[in-house]
Ligand binder design. Structure first.
Ligand code: PFF
Length: 467
């Protein structure tokens, strides 16, 4: 192991990499559907409140823990003198591992769509839903299932791309890639926003996103918003502690945290205002499907009906690809940083082995898409021993259970064990002023842990469904 810790090469490099980690499939693939199901504007408000009151303090806490300890997520707690809290780190590393398994596969589907849109858009256009099912190994016309080779192959390519960037290291790999990927993503996003809101008939979707349908809101919705917010901000896991550990001591953690949270939330909101109005305009309210197939089957239907659809389709899936890559890189970096430092393994073989294992586990996800009404090959082959709810179960376990618990652990650690004063001292080095120190102390000690605990327990007690 080399003893000199990697560091970000520049201020902008860190912000872009952290924002790149935050902005991902969560914002574009997950958020719009959840906002729709959660009552449009009502969900947006709850989400905003959570980002502001819980997301920002937890982001500040995680970056401070990382930078103070200069260590990976598990060892960071030990380095700060609290070995008993290493479980928060273990938790984080396990969640990052679990998420990467399926995230890399969805990234592979996206890559496949970029290719399809460039080389054979007619194939997608002819039957958008059928095309998506076909990718996952289900022939809707005959009801036959087959092994989804194409999806698996593209997932393997996607994972390999990640591995190459990770092996190159923090500065020349992760940072350099984000410097190109993130600005590209913003430009594409703005073009798509203009396109979506100028489609005839998009007003109804806009109205829905700005209306407050509180009848759809209950404890479960709040937990969904909480899980979604932390997931989207890459919190409650290994990542921001790891990225914080590469941060130099004269960086302003408070300002960076606010910038990252605002950027991520803006992208999610813009994605919501692209996807929902576009679906309303082209497919009507019924077109807003549930679950993970939405960004593929429904949106391909949207592009089919849009003037210049192929062009905008390519742009959209490229956007999704950049977003997925920059996030997946950070997930894998969390796992790899932990393994290399903990067990003194070399970066390259560790990355290759970790990526291979996560890719293989993820194959179960691609092969078991029964959750979207598709009978995946596992469903058939295993004859009853299937994993039809692999995706939903995974989301429940990670987004709604482990991530909030990890964030809770982090708040308790900073609020009560390490103490907010230590975090504030870490932030206020080199003459930097932490303007929000007072609200931070209150939020991280009382408001955030209590709210996370209440939302988690209430929604588990008052009934939570997997989806
Ligand atoms: N924040 C990413 C997204 O919204 O897609 C996903 C993610 C990346 C989650 C990194 C967790 C993480 F550690």
């Amino acid at each position: 192991m080399n003893n000199k810790r990697a560091q970000w090469g520049s201020k902008l490099g860190f912000i872009l990499a952290a924002a790149g980690s935050a902005v991902g499939l969560g914002n574009i693939w997950k958020f719009p559907g959840k906002a729709y199901e959660g009552g449009g504007g009502a969900f947006l408000l709850i989400y905003l409140a959570i980002v502001l009151l819980l997301g920002i303090p937890v982001m500040i806490s995680e970056l401070s823990i990382g930078r103070a300890s200069q260590s990976n997520v598990v060892d960071s707690f030990r380095k700060l003198g609290y070995r008993g809290f290493s479980w928060v780190g273990w938790f984080g590393a396990i969640v990052a591992f679990l998420i990467t398994c399926y995230y890399s596969h969805v990234g592979g589907w996206v890559l496949r769509y970029v290719f399809s849109y460039i080389t054979q858009p007619q194939a997608v256009y002819a039957d958008p839903t059928g095309y998506f099912y076909g990718l996952l190994g289900y022939d809707a016309a005959t009801g036959a299932t087959f092994f989804p080779w194409t999806a698996i192959l593209f997932a393997a390519i996607f994972m390999a791309l990640n591995a190459v960037i990770i092996i190159r290291g923090v500065e020349s790999g992760i940072e350099r890639f984000n410097k190109i990927g993130m600005p590209a993503l913003f430009i594409i996003l703005l073009i798509l926003l203009v396109r979506a809101v100028t489609l005839p008939g998009s007003e109804e979707g806009l109205r829905y996103m700005l209306s407050f349908d509180w009848s759809k809101v209950n404890f479960h919705t709040v937990l969904v918003a909480l899980g979604q917010a932390f997931y989207s901000l890459s919190l409650g896991m290994a990542i921001m502690i790891t990225y914080g550990s590469y941060l130099s001591k004269d960086e302003n953690i408070e300002r960076n945290s606010v910038i990252i949270c605002i950027t991520d939330t803006m992208v999610a909101m813009i994605a919501g205002f692209i996807v929902i109005p576009a679906v309303f305009a082209t497919l009507g309210a019924d077109g807003v499907g549930k679950g993970g197939g939405f960004a593929f089957a429904s949106l391909a239907g949207v592009f089919r009906q849009m003037p210049g659809g192929v062009f905008f389709g390519i742009l959209f899936y490229l956007l999704l690809l950049f977003a997925a890559l920059t996030s997946c890189i950070s997930l894998i970096e969390g796992v790899v940083a932990f393994l290399t430092e903990r067990f003194h393994w070399q970066r390259k073989p560790t990355t290759i082995i970790a990526c291979s294992v996560m890719f293989l586990i993820g194959c179960v996800y691609t092969c078991s898409q029964a959750a979207f009404d598709i009978k995946g090959v596992w469903f058939d082959l295993a004859n009853g021993v299937s994993f039809p709810i692999f995706g939903d179960a995974m989301e429940f376990l990670t987004d709604r259970l482990m991530i909030p618990l990890g964030a809770l652990g982090c708040c308790i650690f900073v609020g009560w064990i390490w103490k907010p004063e230590s975090a504030i001292a870490e932030i206020e080095q080199n003459g930097i002023k932490f303007g929000l120190a007072k609200p931070f102390r209150f939020l991280v000690r009382f408001f955030a842990p209590i709210s996370i605990f209440v939302i988690l327990v209430a929604s588990l007690v008052f009934g939570t469904t997997l989806s």
